[in-house]
Structure formats: C-alpha cells, structure tokens
Ligand binder design. Structure first.
Ligand code: NA7
Length: 533
C-alpha cells in the first residue's frame, strides 16, 4: 500500500496487483480465532500518516486482527488507493524480456502487465505451509489453515476439534477455540516458550496521550533501534547476577509480559547458552506453576532448543487452556501422525482421535516461500527458484543479480520479520522510491546488484546470525520447518538501525555495489585503498 502510494506521489505510473479481494495482506488472510499482532498497537502502524495516527483510536494493548484490517482499510480509503490496485489478481509469473529490457507480469487468470520496474511486497509470512498428510482428502469434517482462514464465520460449538501446530498462530487460537468447542485435542510436535501478553490490562489514558503527543519523536528513534521497537535494550549480563537477582529480573519482565519479556531481561540471552538457560528455566518453572496436570506440564516444556531461537509466541491464556477439561495434549514427536482418516487422526501407535474439524496451525514457507511460488525469470531466462536452490542470495534483501529493476520489499537478507515489520517495510519502500527517482532523474534504465556485493552481503547475513544462538533451533528463521529447504538464516539480524545506516550509505555513494546501465558502481573508499598510484 505504501509503495503504491509513494510511487504514485513521485509521479510514476503504478499498479498494485493483489491476490485478495481487499487490502490488508497478512491481516486479510490470517482471520483465525485469536489472531493478534505481537507488537503493541502504538507502534504497529504507518509512521508517515501524522494526522491519521492522531485520530486512530487505540483500544487494546496488542491489536486484534479485525482492528488492524480495519486500520489498513481506512488508510487505503484515506489515500484513495483502491483505484490503483487490481484485486483478485494473483501473480503467477514475472518474466524479463532481454530485448525490451522490460518485465511481463502474468496473473493466474491470464491477465498480462508490462512494466519497467517490478516491486514485490508479498510478505515474509504469507505462503501457508499445509503439510501433506496421508488421507487428508478423505476427512469428512472441516479443515482449515490458520493462514488461509475462511471469510465466513467458523463455528466450533459442540465440535471435536483437532489442532496441529503450536507456534504463535496455534497458541493464539487454542484458548479462543476451547471456549466453545466440545473438545480440543492439540497435536504438538515441538513445545514452545510462550509469554503472556497481559493484553487484558487496561490502557492508561494518560500514557496514551503522552505517546500521541510524542508520536513522531518516538517513531524517529524507533527507526534506529535493533528491533524497530522503542524499548530500552537490556544492558546487564545474566552471568554477572546472583540467582536471586536473575529471578527478580525475569519475574518483573514476565509480570509486564509480551514484548517486555522478549527483550526485557539480559543482554546475553541470545548469545550465551548459560545466560539463555536462565530464561529457559524461568519459563519452564512458570509452566509448572500454571499447568495443573504435571504430565501435561512436562510435555509443554521446551527442552530441545534454546529460549528465543524459535519466534517466541505471545499468548492470552495458552498454558492456562490446558487446565480446561475440554483440552488435551498429544505429543506427536513421541507418537507421530500416521494418517488422517475420514473421521479423524490416527497416530503411529494406532491411537485414534475422532474429530469434526481440523485446524492446521502449521505456519508458513517463510521469507522466500511467496517469492518462489511465483515463476520469476530474469536475464537470459534465469529462474529465481533455481538461483536460490542452495538458499537465497540478495544484496541488502532488496535485489538479485540478473534480475534487473526487480525489488523485494522485506526480502531475505533484510531485517523484515525479525523486526517490527511496518518499520522494515517503510524503510524499504522509501529506499526503493528514492532509487527509482535517482534512476529517472539521470536517465538510467537498469539497476541490479553486482555478484560480489551480493555474495558479500549474503555471507554477512549468515555471519551475523552465527554470532547468536538462533541457528541452533529448527525454526522457520532457518528454513527448517519446510522439508528440503536449505538450512540457513533467512532474515538479517544486525538490526533495523544498522541496516538502515548501511542501505543509506549505499544510496549516498551512488548505489555502490550495484550495476547501473551496465556500469558497476564501486566503493570510493575501496578505490582509494586499491590506489591509482
Ligand atoms: P510456526 O511458528 O511455524 O508454527 C507452526 C507449528 O506447526 C509448529 O508448532 C510446528 O512444529 C508445527 N508443524 C509444522 N508442520 C507440521 C507438521 N507437518 N506436522 C506437525 N506439526 C507441524 O507458524 P505460526 O503460524 O504459528 O507462526 C508464524 C509466525 O507468524 C510467528 O512466528 C509470528 O512471527 C507470526 P515445529 O515447531 O516445526 O516442530
């Protein structure tokens, strides 16, 4: 939405192609019960609409999906964006014509568009991962994926529900589904370290007024933080503290809940296994405290990966849901799903669970999935899927060699889903708009990154990730949730501020690391170093 608006304002002829029937992306598709953003309402919005941010009401600490969608629809209305979008237009292919140096974009229903530039804004968590389980089609009940939830109301009333998956989506959905279902059986492959959102706590009107009065200054500072969130980062090492002090810090962060627990304790929680264990042990002890049945509590305790190395879910009554008589937990690591039968799920042990409805909360082919599901071909017919067979390679998460004038908003190798996403999106949009105006002003027809700059950046992305504990988990950050996907860290972990500085410098130096109309732009520093004399 912002890209289309921005390019329109810059005087480009622009058309937005959108698979959905309306705007909203993530918040259009993820309508599952309990869907909510894990970033607080105040900073999960556009920063460029200064008047709009003042009048948009903040009703809850963490915004629920319907409110975010309402916000995005209101923004589209406000900016008169509908006329610039074609809806129900799912892009199937994007092909570069070497002779004309232009792109042909084709939709699944055969519409064809010709473009000089293509910008993808397909989202990092949008390609739903629907596991292929034997017998799936034979199931006589209802089956839904959380990331592709029906637009019509789904009733759980009196139904026996099976939920596969306990990531953020499943953890948000369970307490809500359990309120009306006859019974919910959760099929858990990996236990999670969830954190209470404390969303039920009322918002302080004085705090909100203060926030609104300082909105732009807060937003300005946010852009230079690590995670795109205006919170202080911890400056104390867990290893310098006594067990009592560690416990006190964790208890306070847990009391505040949500994002405050994620980043509110120790500076080395994500870089040192001993420090990390302090947090992991703390969460495990909370699970013991919350969950009544010791056997269920044991199954719910994550033990196979360090805390935080899989995206930490933020919940509203997740562990508590297991104290309900109508919720039960099945460990499918110990007893895997053998098949879906017409009436339910059968496990390897032969145990059968009779079900009326199955919820697949099984996540996404993250970061690269939505791009690779399209048939993208660059110069000389180079196929992006093949180029990325061993893992994605980009320069700054923005462009790929041999794919000229094709930009990826929040692409692999950029902070994207590892940060407060609107901050990452706005930065990319502004960078791309600036770049296109630069090219237009100078009569440059084509831009693409050099192979060297791309290799260097891709290596840097991995190096930064390997300074942390993140690579230790089988997470979607690592592509490990999709069978056969190369195992490497997909987003850039260096932080939105560091990344912003780097990409601004690249632009200020005339797009160093890029090839402009066949001429590579080299770093003036490097030129001096290599020396003319
Ligand atoms: P996630 O976080 O990827 O969670 C998916 C869950 O589904 C997770 O528990 C997976 O277990 C499980 N899963 C995936 N495939 C299977 C199969 N084949 N069988 C059984 N269980 C499976 O996705 P979410 O939608 O919850 O959240 C995605 C992001 O959206 C989230 O991190 C936030 O950033 C917002 P696993 O852990 O892989 O063993």
């Amino acid at each position: 939405m912002y890209m289309v608006y921005r390019l329109r304002e810059s005087g480009f002829s622009v058309r937005g192609l959108e698979a959905g029937r309306g705007v909203g992306g993530t918040w259009y598709w993820n309508r599952y019960p309990g869907a909510r953003c894990d970033c607080e309402t105040m900073y999960y919005s556009f920063s460029f609409l200064t008047e709009f941010e003042q009048r948009w009401p903040i009703t809850e600490k963490y915004p629920p999906q319907p409110k975010i969608l309402e916000y995005l629809e209101a923004v589209a209305e406000h900016l008169d964006l509908h006329k610039d979008f074609t809806f129900e237009a799912r892009v199937e292919s994007i092909h570069f014509d070497d002779e004309r140096e232009r792109w042909t974009v084709t939709t699944t229903d055969g519409r064809v568009y010709d473009a000089k530039y293509v910008v993808t804004g397909v989202g990092g968590l949008s390609a739903a991962n629907m596991p292929k389980l034997p017998g799936q089609e034979s199931f006589r009940g209802e089956q839904y994926h959380t990331g592709n939830w029906p637009h019509e109301p789904v009733s759980f009333e009196g139904k026996r529900v099976g939920q596969i998956g306990t990531g953020s989506s499943g953890i948000q959905a369970l307490p809500v589904i359990a309120r009306t279902a006859q019974h919910v059986t959760v099929f858990q492959r990996t236990a999670q370290y969830s954190t209470p959102a404390r969303n039920e706590e009322p918002l302080d009107p004085q705090f909100l007024a203060l926030w609104k009065a300082n909105y732009q200054e807060i937003r300005r500072r946010t852009k230079w933080t690590g995670g795109g969130i205006p919170y202080p980062e911890p400056s104390v090492s867990a290893l310098d503290l006594s067990p009592e002090e560690q416990e006190a810090i964790c208890t306070e962060a847990w009391r505040r809940g949500g994002i405050w627990f994620l980043g509110g304790h120790f500076m080395d929680a994500m870089t040192d296994l001993d420090a990390n264990k302090v947090v992991g042990d703390f969460v495990r002890s909370r699970i013991d405290e919350i969950v009544d049945d010791p056997e269920t509590a044991e199954k719910l305790k994550p033990t196979t990966y360090p805390w935080g190395t899989k995206r930490v879910p933020i919940d509203s009554g997740y562990y508590e849901a297991y104290n309900r008589p109508n919720v039960s937990l099945v460990d499918i690591r110990a007893d895997p799903i053998e098949e879906i039968t017409p009436t339910g799920i059968r496990l390897a042990s032969g145990a059968e669970h009779e079900l009326d409805l199955i919820v697949y909360a099984t996540g996404f082919d993250a970061v690269t999935g939505a791009l690779q599901r399209m048939d993208i071909r660059g110069r000389h017919g180079e196929v992006l899927r093949e180029t990325w067979e061993g893992g994605p390679k980009t320069y700054l998460g923005l462009m790929v060699p041999n794919f000229p004038n094709l930009f990826t908003i929040t692409g692999p190798g950029s902070p994207s889903i590892l940060s407060n996403v609107p901050v990452a999106i706005e930065q990319h949009v502004e960078w791309i708009d600036d770049c296109l105006r630069f090219l237009r002003d100078r009569g440059i027809d084509a831009i693409e990154p050099t192979v060297e700059a791309t290799e260097e950046w891709t290596e840097h992305v991995q190096e930064e990730a390997h300074k942390t504990l993140y690579p230790l988990a089988d997470s979607w950050y690592m592509g490990a949730n999709i069978p056969g996907k190369p195992r490497l860290f997909l987003p850039y972990i260096g932080g939105v501020g560091v990344y912003r500085k780097k990409s601004l410098e690249v632009a200020e130096q005339g797009y160093v690391g890029f090839v402009l109309d066949g001429e590579a732009v080299v770093d003036p520093q490097a030129e001096v170093a290599h020396g003319v004399g």
